[in-house]
Design a protein around this ligand. Structure first.
Ligand code: UFG
Length: 336
């Protein structure tokens, strides 16, 4: 079986990707320091797939640790998820974000070079576009200044990959620009585990419906959109996970150095109110919400043109917004 190093493999997107890697016949090796994830998730991946997972507990900025743990292993590829991702916190603690998000990419690239493994999939974000002038967003859409230090670390990491590619070391790299991942594995054994009060819409909805939060505040209904609330491209996390498997397949099929950027979204935009209505109708649950003021730094609308991913990776989304909201709720209920 081909070994794929998965940094942050116990995290939200990482854990779903490990499941899909195993389903596709790969052997994921997880490195995680559990700073924003839980160890039991690794057991759950094993439970879903029936396969034992090799786990390296530690920080992926620690290149020496990884080299020592991986010295007898032939690595075929790496999916580098590990990063901090809280937009608000990044404005309060920018150094933490620069050090971890950029430092970990530097040490992972250096590790892969030493291990003679050229294949890397990097977790980027549609946040690199800022508020784009053009919708849907294509990969060549001009980038605007990032709205947060978090967003800037993603832009810098993309630049870093470009410099590294240009240095002629033979890297084969895909930067996947995720839109808004939501939902959970249909088994309800793994899903998102937000630390403290959730920043993101769907975990806030499910926690409110579960009675853990009193009400959801919709951040603004005076945007220039049909119902006045912001529009995003919400993608089921299982579809997103499968895009990583398709990316690894693609990199392994290529024999020349490459660097490419790929939008991973559904191509559909949905407003906050549409998400709420859809959640209520698919789950038969009433949600307590109110309209509040705008949140700083929110982009009015952003959704992907996903055709490049479809052509390059031979990948397409299979699940709907309703599937994702049903699975998110099933996961929330399972946590009780
Ligand atoms: N929203 C609310 N109320 C809430 C939470 C969110 O109305 O309590 C709204 C937001 O204003 C936004 C939409 O729901 O319009 C989605 O918000 P999220 O926080 O779920 O997602 P964002 O699009 O703001 O952010 C996500 C990721 C970031 C990433 C960004 C762009 O969480 O990591 O996409 O890629 F930077």
């Amino acid at each position: 079986m081909k070994n794929i190093l998965v940094t942050g493999g116990a995290g939200y997107i990482g854990s779903h990707t490990c499941v899909e890697l195993i389903n596709a016949g790969y052997n994921p090796i997880i490195v995680d320091n559990f700073s924003n994830s839980e160890k039991f998730i690794v057991d759950r991946i094993e439970e879903i797939t029936g396969q034992k997972i090799q786990l390296i507990e530690g920080d992926c900025v620690d290149e020496r640790l990884l080299l020592s743990k991986l010295k007898d292993i032939k690595l075929e590829g790496c999916i580098h998820f590990a990063a901090y991702k809280a937009v608000g916190e990044s404005a309060q603690q920018p150094l933490k974000y620069y050090q971890n998000n950029i430092g970990s990419l530097v040490s992972i690239l250096s590790l892969l070079e030493k291990m003679k493994c050229p294949n890397i999939v990097f977790s980027s974000s549609c946040t690199v576009y800022g508020q784009p002038d053009q919708l849907p967003v294509v990969e060549s859409t001009a980038m605007k200044p990032a709205e947060s230090p978090y967003g800037r670390t993603k832009q810098i990491c993309e630049n870093l990959l470009e410099d590294y590619y240009n240095s002629g070391k033979g890297v084969k790299a895909l930067a996947l620009r995720y839109f808004n991942p939501i939902g959970a594995h249909p088994s309800a054994l793994i899903g998102e585990l937000p630390l403290g009060v959730p920043n993101n819409l769907v975990p806030f909805i499910t926690q409110t419906a579960a009675g853990l939060r009193e009400k959801l505040t919709v951040f603004g209904n005076d945007y220039d959109t049909p119902d006045g609330t912001c529009i995003r491209d919400y993608i089921h996390v299982v579809d997103l996970a499968k895009a990583h498997v398709a990316s690894i397949d693609y990199l392994l099929s290529q024999n020349k150095s490459l660097l490419d950027h790929v939008n991973i979204g559904t191509g559909n935009g949905n407003s906050v109110l549409e998400v709420i209505e859809s959640f209520e109708s698919v789950n038969g649950v009433k949600l307590n919400y109110e309209i509040g003021s705008r949140r700083d730094g929110d982009v009015e609308k952003v959704y992907a043109d996903a055709s490049y991913a479809q052509n390059l990776l031979n990948w397409n989304t299979e699940l709907s917004l309703k599937d994702a909201l049903k699975d998110a709720w099933k996961w929330q209920v399972s946590l009780k």
